[in-house]
Design a protein around this ligand. Structure first.
Ligand SMILES: [Zn+2]
Length: 306
């Protein structure tokens, strides 16, 4: 394969950064990779909670550890003081490095598979603060009904397998094995429903029977797959749950701190232009809205569906 330098220019998709702004208490705030803060004004949950974003050098060669300054800065900027749940979509470093620290700081329950629980244990969370769920299980967390359905990671999964021992940072990034890769289904009291798909993988038929109006769709590495794979991924997620709006996540270069402008992953790791060519066509053909979220902004993608 020819190595292509550089990265896609996000400016060409500027008109898709148009998720309606939240105009009430309910909001979803995108915070890079697959981290979403979902807040209804009375209770809030967060997927992943990944803010440390260590450099490529540290992730590749050194040891990684949660960065309290970056975590605190992000929580302060989003005015988060309390969360009911922190929900890692899987346990790779770019999702779960900070999950236990964020749960500890915000009083949240850390909810996920056994791999996520071992990250919690390694960080010193007590068992009362950890909840292990199985595929198909639902849990009421704050104002949210959440259902975890086991999915798959987008190939290639660089650190496959489960985490079977507590992970104590600082440690090598490879110790953050994938664990369970979840499709997370969310239903709020207000009637809003969402599928949150952290990684661009799927298990055929796994989401059959589940419904969601909005799909937060992970696209990391999706642009390196063939068109057939991309179409199947869309069919098994957005189409299966009947989503009318897809909001793309996991497209930003996560080796860059969150206080710098987001940019796309380099061609060496993904090709967002390929993803957008295929998804843009599918969305237009099926009359599904296709958006990018704007980092730090309180948004309400359901607003344009009413
Ligand atoms: Zn991953």
């Amino acid at each position: 394969m020819r190595l292509r330098l550089g990265r896609p220019d996000l400016a060409q998709y500027a008109d898709r950064f148009d998720v309606p702004a939240a105009d009430g208490d309910f909001s979803v705030t995108f915070l890079g990779v697959s981290t979403l803060l979902i807040d209804d004004g009375e209770s809030a949950v967060m997927t992943d909670g990944y803010f440390s974003r260590p450099s490529l050098f540290k992730v590749g060669l050194g040891r990684v550890t949660p960065d309290p300054d970056r975590i605190n800065a992000a929580l302060a900027r989003t005015s988060v003081t309390r969360l009911e749940g922190v929900l890692p979509v899987h346990t790779h470093v770019d999702h779960a490095l900070d999950s236990a620290v964020v749960a500890e700081q915000t009083g949240a329950l850390l909810v996920g598979g056994e791999s996520a629980a071992n990250i919690g244990r390694g960080a010193g969370l007590t068992e009362q603060r950890i909840r292990v769920v199985a595929s198909g299980q639902s849990l009421r967390v704050g104002g949210f009904d959440l259902t975890w359905v086991e999915s798959d990671h987008c190939p290639p999964d660089r650190f496959p397998g489960h985490i079977t021992e507590p992970v104590v940072p600082p440690t090598k990034a490879k110790n953050y094995r994938c664990g369970e890769a979840w499709s997370l289904l969310l239903r709020h009291n207000s009637g809003r429903t969402a599928l949150i798909q952290g990684s661009a993988g799927y298990v055929p038929g796994a989401l059959t029977g589940h419904r969601a109006d909005v799909a937060y769709l992970g696209v990391g590495q999706l642009g390196l797959q063939g068109e057939d794979y991309i179409r199947a991924y869309w069919a098994e997620t957005v189409q299966t749950v009947g989503a009318r709006s897809a909001v793309l996540i996991h497209w930003d270069d996560f080796f860059r701190p969150l206080d710098e402008p987001l940019r796309a992953l380099p061609y060496a790791g993904d090709d967002l232009d390929v993803t957008m060519r295929v998804l843009g066509r599918l969305a237009a053909d099926q009359a599904v809205e296709l958006h990018f979220p704007t980092v730090w902004q309180r948004e309400d993608p359901w607003a344009s569906l009413r």
